[in-house]
Design a protein around this ligand. Structure first.
Ligand SMILES: NC(=O)c1ccc[n+]([C@@H]2O[C@H](COP(=O)([O-])OP(=O)(O)OC[C@H]3O[C@@H](n4cnc5c(N)ncnc54)[C@H](O)[C@@H]3O)[C@@H](O)[C@H]2O)c1
Length: 312
């Protein structure tokens, strides 16, 4: 018995790297998998190389699993609908949606073009919303028809968005947006039996090879022994989030890299200060008091961000 027997999963951008590892491991645990990939470059140029997704389907089938390829572009609203339709037409249902497809166009913001900003936001942020939208229409209809789903969405974030990374303002903004959408979607879909979580993955992929020279990029399923930079190391978290064993878990962002696992803490309100007049009655803030109070009790420096970076 696999953890995902009877489930149908979609993994977007599953032709390479992290998504490829996820598709192979989901199938190994019993899921039937739609392997989506439009077969483009790391920068999101080109496309149409159908072998990228087909090769992963062959790997899954050669290991006794079930998979079908899809070549649509997640950043296209109609294309995203077709990805969902592929699961329904081929396997008759959809239980798991893994939004993993991604591209990079790193530049400092003063050198970044509107096209570079747009292309990255389109694939990551719109791509995630596009597929979630179409899948949520299906799951809501299922629920209303009395077939309450036990469904799972797993989105993909990055430390670039949650902790910040210079030269990735487009990518980081999209990834932080995906973390926010994950929480909001978890609130919207809970009543229909759908949970929505996210994973921060890692590993040496062709995307990482752009920024780091001399790294070895191999297909994630080709490692026989544990390698801390194998992108497939992130897949066990996705299998668990996809399974019914994670039923009570929604709105969470996990990070699984190498052999490390943790849960991101979301934005929270910090210590709260109140402006009062001499008699202790509520009053409006004086701008001069903002720095005085925060500098004294909170930041202990006037440049907290820069100072924090220097300490790191
Ligand atoms: N590798 C890491 O260390 C790391 C770290 C944090 C987050 N991530 C995230 O993990 C995900 C996968 O990254 P990766 O490193 O495996 O990159 P990758 O380039 O190896 O794989 C990404 C895949 O997505 C596909 N793709 C791109 N645009 C698409 C589109 N519009 N529609 C369908 N498919 C599309 C590509 O063809 C490619 O096969 C991304 O969301 C990335 O931001 C990766």
């Amino acid at each position: 018995m696999g953890m995902l027997d009877g489930k149908v999963a979609i993994v977007t951008g599953a032709g390479n790297g992290v998504g490829r590892g996820e598709a192979v491991l989901l199938a190994a645990h019993g899921a039937k998998v739609v392997v989506n990939d439009l077969g483009g470059s790391v920068a999101g140029e080109g496309g149409g190389d159908t072998r990228v997704a087909e090769e992963v389907v062959e790997v899954i089938r050669s290991r006794g699993g079930e998979a079908v390829a899809n070549f649509d572009d997640v950043s296209d609203f109609a294309g995203a609908a077709n990805i969902i339709r592929t699961a329904l037409d081929t396997y008759g249902r959809l239980d798991v949606l893994v939004n993993n497809a991604g591209i990079l166009r790193d530049r400092m913001m003063f050198s970044m073009t509107p096209e570079d900003f747009d292309a990255v936001v389109k694939v990551h942020l719109y791509g995630t919303w596009n597929t979630m939208h179409h899948a949520s229409v299906y799951w809501r209809n299922e629920s209303k028809a009395g077939r309450r789903p036990s469904a799972s969405v797993v989105n993909t974030v990055s430390s670039a968005g949650l902790q910040g990374q210079a030269s990735q303002i487009n990518y980081g903004a999209a990834k932080a947006g995906i973390a926010a959408m994950t929480i909001i979607a978890s609130l919207e879909l809970a009543r229909y039996g759908v949970r929505v979580n996210a994973i921060g993955p890692g590993g040496f992929t062709r995307m990482v090879a752009q920024a780091m020279r001399d790294i070895e990029v191999r297909n994630p399923e080709d490692y026989e022994t544990f390698n801390p930079m194998n992108p497939m190391n992130s897949a066990p978290a996705v299998v668990w989030l996809a399974s019914d064993e994670s039923k009570p878990v929604t709105g969470q962002v996990l990070r699984m890299v190498g052999n490390s696992l943790c849960v991101y803490q979301p934005w929270q309100m910090g210590e709260e200060f109140f402006a009062t007049d001499r008699e202790g009655n509520p009053t409006q803030w004086d701008p001069a008091d903002v720095g005085r109070i925060l500098g004294r009790y909170h930041f202990r420096t006037m440049n907290p961000g820069i100072d924090a970076q220097r300490r790191a």
